[in-house]
Structure formats: structure tokens, C-alpha cells
Ligand binder design. Structure first.
Ligand code: SF4
Ligand code: SF4
Length: 291
């Protein structure tokens, strides 16, 4: 089963939930897909065994074959190509803006003169390792790069479906989150009971409903805000999987980089229950789907 842990906004405790859930289960593979700011390794402290460059294919123009027809500029949905047509006075030119390129391959496929070849551009790094028996993979986007979805997809190439896969997704509701949660059997949305938490939860719910991924909510620091998140979940028929009250010991263990289940093993039962809850809801969603 693939479980992603996401959050409409940062700072809700998403990584805390993902890490502690993973540590409470057996036969787990942990994927940190928050590639702009991967921090699960701070808590899991895995031994890193492997490193691989994360790349995207960007176009390179063979000026000798190009006749500056402009087809590549037309097909590029990301405005990553500019073409200056040739004139009587001067040669034309094709300019590539690699930072805007999504590596979709459309330009090289559609160039009528075979003037474009693809070259790999390094945009980040993928590291693999182990924490006890847990398999660990994370990706890190290079500073100054903007294309995190390709790095996320390269992290996800390591998914081993014979394991319980826990994906720590990036915060928000845009393309990187979609790349991270796509293909999940279930998504845990972590939120907090504040107006901002509710606002971003509503956006995240819309995304997951469009993607048809079953989901439930974990309310972190459940006793510090108001009841609007719970009211919303009830109205929308969204299961609340777990409520975690604000506790000083959790905050202290977070600041020390120690997962709470390692400091206080009684939390393992709570996270085991979270898993059982998820499993039940996933099976329910599957049987509903088959009907
Ligand atoms: S489509 Fe090919 S030939 Fe046309 S401008 Fe682009 S690279 Fe040149
Ligand atoms: S690979 Fe795709 S995104 Fe990149 S320049 Fe070509 S068409 Fe644009």
C-alpha cells in the first residue's frame, strides 16, 4: 500500500506524522518527496548508501540543421524557447531558457528538421539508504532550480510495492504535491485547527477529490484552535483519522530531531491505530469502487 502524507500548508507537522507512522510499522519504505526542503532524514537518520543525479532532458539546437521555422517555440507550453527568424541581413537564432524547460520532449519530437537533441541537465540529487530495516529514499532539488516534479518522479521510481510505502509530500496544492501523491492508495492530510489550516485543507481536499484518491484528516495541535476544521470534516463526510493535542514533549522531541515514538513508545499504538484506520478506509474505498 502506498500512503502519502500531505498538507495544504507548511508547518502543520506533516513530516512528524509521516516519520512516526513509518517508525510504528514493519516492512516500510520511506520516500521524502518534499524535495525543496527534505527534512525527514533529520529524524530518521538513515545510513545513506547510494547517490544518483536527478536530471531533466533539455533541448540543444543543431544550428546547422535549423531553419528557424519557429515550430519548437509554438509547441513549448512553458515559453522556454525563443526563435529569432533569419533575415537578409543576419542569421536567425534559437534561444533556450533551461530554467523554464519542463523536459517534456515536445520540441525535439516536433522539430521538422531533426535539429533538436536532448541533453541531460542536472537539477538535483537522489539519495537512498536504510534506517534499521526501513528503506529510505529522498530527493533534493538544487538551489536555484524550480522544477521539483521531475525530481519527485525520480524519487518515486524507487517505489517497492511489496512494502508499505510512506510518501512525505511537499506542502501546498500545486504541481509538486500532485506529482508526489499521484498513484497513492490513500492520502493523509495533516492540518491544524486554525483559519489558515482550514482554508488550505479545503484546497487540498479539492485536489484529492479531483484525483480520486481516498483520504482522511489528521488534526495536529488539536486543542489550540477552534472547531471549524472538525465541523467542515463532518459536513463534508471526511474521516478524522487522528487528533494530536499540543504537548510540550512532542515539541521538545521535534526540536531535538527525535521522533516521538522513540522517546515515548506508547505513541506507537496511536500510530498503529492510524494505520489500521487508513487500511480500513482504503479497503472500503476499493469495495465502493468495484461496486
Ligand atoms: S523547430 Fe527545429 S528547425 Fe524549427 S526553429 Fe525549432 S529547432 Fe529550428
Ligand atoms: S522540452 Fe518541452 S518544456 Fe522543454 S523546451 Fe522543449 S517543449 Fe519546452
Amino acid at each position: 500500500m502506498i500512503i502519502s502524507v500531505a498538507s495544504g500548508k507548511g508547518g502543520t507537522g506533516k513530516t512528524t506524522i509521516a516519520v512516526n507512522l513509518a517508525l510504528s510499522l514493519q516492512n516500510v519504505q520511506f520516500l521524502d518527496c518534499d524535495v525543496e526542503e527534505p527534512n525527514a532524514h533529520i529524524f530518521l537518520k538513515p545510513k545513506i548508501y547510494g547517490q544518483k543525479k536527478a536530471v531533466i532532458p533539455v533541448p540543444e539546437i543543431d544550428q546547422a540543421k535549423c531553419n528557424y521555422c519557429g515550430k519548437c517555440r509554438e509547441v513549448c507550453a512553458y515559453h522556454a524557447i525563443a526563435v529569432v527568424p533569419a533575415s537578409v541581413e543576419k542569421k536567425g537564432s534559437v534561444l533556450i531558457f533551461p530554467h523554464l524547460c519542463h523536459g517534456c520532449g515536445a520540441c525535439s519530437q516536433l522539430c521538422p528538421f531533426g535539429a533538436i537533441r536532448e541533453v541531460d541537465k542536472e537539477i538535483g540529487i537522489i539519495e537512498t539508504g536504510e534506517k534499521d530495516s526501513m528503506w529510505f529514499v529522498h530527493g533534493r532539488l538544487n538551489v536555484g532550480e524550480a522544477m521539483s516534479p521531475p525530481v519527485i518522479r525520480q524519487v518515486k521510481q524507487y517505489i517497492n510495492s511489496s512494502k508499505t510505502v510512506i510518501i512525505d509530500a511537499p506542502p501546498g496544492t500545486s504541481c509538486p504535491v500532485i506529482a508526489a501523491v499521484k498513484g497513492s492508495d490513500f492520502c493523509v492530510l495533516v492540518t491544524e485547527p486554525t483559519p489558515f489550516g482550514l482554508n488550505d485543507l479545503i484546497l487540498a481536499v479539492e485536489v484529492l477529490r479531483k484525483m480520486a484518491i481516498p483520504f482522511g484528516v489528521v488534526i495536529n495541535r488539536a486543542d489550540i484552535g477552534d472547531a471549524k476544521v472538525e465541523d467542515y470534516c463532518e459536513k463534508e463526510n471526511i474521516p478524522i483519522l487522528m487528533k494530536i493535542p499540543f504537548k510540550k514533549e512532542i515539541a521538545v522531541s521535534y526540536s531535538e530531531g527525535i521522533p516521538i515514538v522513540e522517546k515515548d513508545p506508547s505513541y506507537r499504538d496511536k500510530f498503529n491505530n492510524l494505520y489500521l484506520n487508513i487500511n480500513g478506509l482504503k479497503n472500503e474505498a476499493n469495495s465502493h469502487h468495484k461496486r
